[in-house]
Design a protein. Structure first.
Length: 108
């Protein structure tokens, strides 16, 4: 996957979006991929889960940011790639990034 500047080639974006529900352990959908999920998809999976937890869904309501972090960390190695979660250190960066993403989506 080659990215230049701030753009993502459409073919890469398509692969990322189509695999966003794949789990790290291979139990996701639609193809049950394990070990071959694009990096962007693994990151998007975490971001989407965080968004769903803190902004809520009709069937589940909302939880706090600290509780959302705990929930995501509990799924490290199953739903989510542990290397990505380790890559954000203490998750302060995670907090900032996810809060900004949630604010962005609320505008649209």
């Amino acid at each position: 996957m080659t990215w230049t500047g701030d753009s993502i080639p459409f073919a890469d974006a398509s692969a990322i979006v189509s695999a966003q529900h794949e789990s790290y352990d291979g139990t996701g959908f639609p193809r049950g991929l394990k070990g071959e999920v694009p990096l962007g998809s693994r990151v998007l999976r975490i971001a989407a889960a965080f968004d769903a937890l803190v902004t809520g869904r009709p069937a589940s309501g909302t939880i706090s940011i600290p509780a959302a972090k705990e929930e995501i960390l509990r799924a490290s190695g199953t739903r989510f790639d542990p290397k990505i979660l380790l890559g954000v250190g203490t998750l302060d960066l995670f907090d900032d990034c996810m809060v900004r993403c949630c604010r962005f989506w609320e505008m649209y």
